[in-house]
Design a protein around this ligand. Structure first.
Ligand code: ZN
Length: 347
């Protein structure tokens, strides 16, 4: 089979460096430099063998061009670039995250020309490698791109259906009590009208109720949950709307830990002294099969529940619906600070 390709599109003083770093990262992907021309992007994004695209900024209609790539091709891993002028690190982060979310990019490399701050912004709403050393940041964005572009995702097919009411008897009282507590404590913070994190319950081996993608969990009483059915790791049918990105991780965890049927995830930091084990998230995009396995491997039992902390991201907490929800709430209180957000910047 022909080699897949990495494209570096656009021209800046980073082009040569990125090309060299990509070649050093892997010889499995052919690395191609392209000057920007309006017709290049459609051609490259439509090519079956395109795997990774670094789209350098400084080209016309940057955000529109970046957005078009993953509209039909979620299998292409896209790295966007952003340049700011003398803004604070949190502002730099928010701008880059907005670009990332609007364009559905996988990573954004941001550089401030005055402060010299570089940062890598990831879709789980966090930063990596915040540094004034541009070489170090570039080396890491290439490494993260190559690591994360190998991951496997399950695509969901949305068919007609209605959301399941949050107060439906299908939703166990324990899950509802725990999630309502987390929401009341501010665990789900809104960015661009949506909250990150997710939660779910397994109804049977093929049927799950999970939180809905790109919604505001603070409005859960109006938006409800989405029913998802699956007959294997690669085929998922969602009724009425897309499930949270973490849906596949949830199913892998339930499969490997059949004693549990409920999961709660939010993007809040661990409290000092917490004994919850931490696993690295840097190489795994949220929601990939590998992210699910990483969670599943890292789970550690505390009383009647298990938990793991994804570094720079947030915990996954799993339990059975028969648990006393106060046990989970007490555990969350002891271990996580729901008022704060991972990523270093509270939005
Ligand atoms: Zn997450």
């Amino acid at each position: 089979m022909a080699d897949k390709k990495t494209y570096i599109i656009g021209n800046s003083n980073r082009t040569a460096c990125l090309e060299q770093l990509c070649r050093a990262e892997s010889d499995k992907l052919e690395v191609i430099r392209e000057d920007y021309a309006a017709e290049n992007i459609p051609t490259i994004k439509n090519a079956y063998d395109t795997k990774i695209i670094f789209l350098l900024d400084g080209i016309p209609d940057y955000q529109a061009n970046l957005s078009t790539i993953r509209e039909q091709r979620k299998d292409i891993f896209v790295i966007g670039f952003d340049t700011t002028q003398n803004v604070s690190a949190p502002q730099q982060y928010i701008r880059g995250l907005q670009l990332l979310k609007r364009a559905s990019a996988n990573l954004v490399f941001s550089h401030d020309q005055e402060t010299g701050t570089n940062m890598i912004i990831a879709p789980e709403e966090t930063t990596y490698h915040v540094t004034n050393d541009e070489q170090e940041a570039l080396r890491n964005v290439v490494e993260m791109a190559y690591l994360r572009s190998h991951l496997t995702f399950t695509r969901s097919t949305v068919v007609a259906g209605q959301p399941v009411d949050w107060n439906s008897p299908l939703v166990p009282q324990s899950l509802r009590t725990v999630v309502d507590y987390c929401r009341a404590q501010g665990a789900y913070k809104v960015f661009n009208g949506a909250t990150t994190g997710h939660f779910a319950v397994k109804l049977d081996n093929q049927t799950f109720l999970t939180s809905r993608r790109k919604t505001d969990f603070n409005q859960l009483d109006q938006i409800g949950l989405v029913k998802v059915t699956t007959d294997g790791p690669d085929a998922v049918i969602a009724y009425g709307s897309k499930p949270s990105v973490g849906g596949q991780s949830q199913r892998i965890v339930f499969q490997q830990h059949p004693e549990y049927d409920s999961i709660v995830h939010f993007h809040c930091p661990k409290k000092e002294g917490s004994a919850v084990p931490t696993v690295s998230q840097r190489e795994y995009e949220c929601g990939s099969h590998e992210c699910g396995k990483n969670t599943s491997r890292g789970l550690y039992q505390f009383g009647n529940l298990s938990a793991v902390y994804l570094e720079n991201h947030g915990p996954n907490i799993v339990f059975n619906r028969t648990i006393n929800p106060q046990e989970v709430i007490k555990f969350i209180d002891q271990n996580f600070d729901l008022s704060k957000k991972t990523g270093g910047y509270v939005l």
